[in-house]
Design a protein around this ligand. Structure first.
Ligand code: 5GP
Ligand code: ZN
Length: 116
């Protein structure tokens, strides 16, 4: 169910344009508007939920699907073997700024840990 005033629900609905790289019944994936790596894709569920903190038993399949989609994109884009990073920022101190759950898929450079 689309959430009013949610940026990513508007992207899912096509009301705000995005550079889509993949979509299926459960999720869409598109390029981040402010990339932090040569490849920076957001994989988001079509269904709105705010954050991982709101995830419940009923989201289990969707959450698994998002991760598998990120892994598949990394493979198909050719950087899986070299390595990549998957990030789910959660709530304010986790650095979340858009409150529609999303998985960041970052690739194409060396990452360090811990992140800032
Ligand atoms: P968060 O900080 O919530 O984990 O990540 C939100 C991400 O959404 C940021 O990396 C930001 O650059 C990206 N973003 C914000 N607004 C837009 C937009 O309108 N289009 C796209 N493609 N990405 C966006
Ligand atoms: Zn939403």
């Amino acid at each position: 169910m689309e959430q009013q005033d949610c940026l990513f629900c508007k992207i899912v609905a096509g009301d705000i344009p995005s550079a889509k790289v993949y979509e299926d019944d459960v999720c869409i994936a598109f390029n981040d508007i402010a990339p932090q790596a040569p490849t920076h894709i957001l994989v988001i569920p079509r269904e709105h939920f705010r954050s991982l903190d709101e995830a419940a038993e009923k989201h289990k399949e969707t959450l698994g699907h998002l991760l598998l989609t990120a892994a598949e994109l990394a493979r198909s884009m050719g950087f899986a073997e070299k390595g990549y990073r998957v990030v789910i920022n959660t709530n304010d101190e986790g650095g979340q700024t858009v409150f529609h759950l999303h998985v960041h898929l970052l690739g194409g450079r060396q990452f360090i840990f811990p992140p800032g």
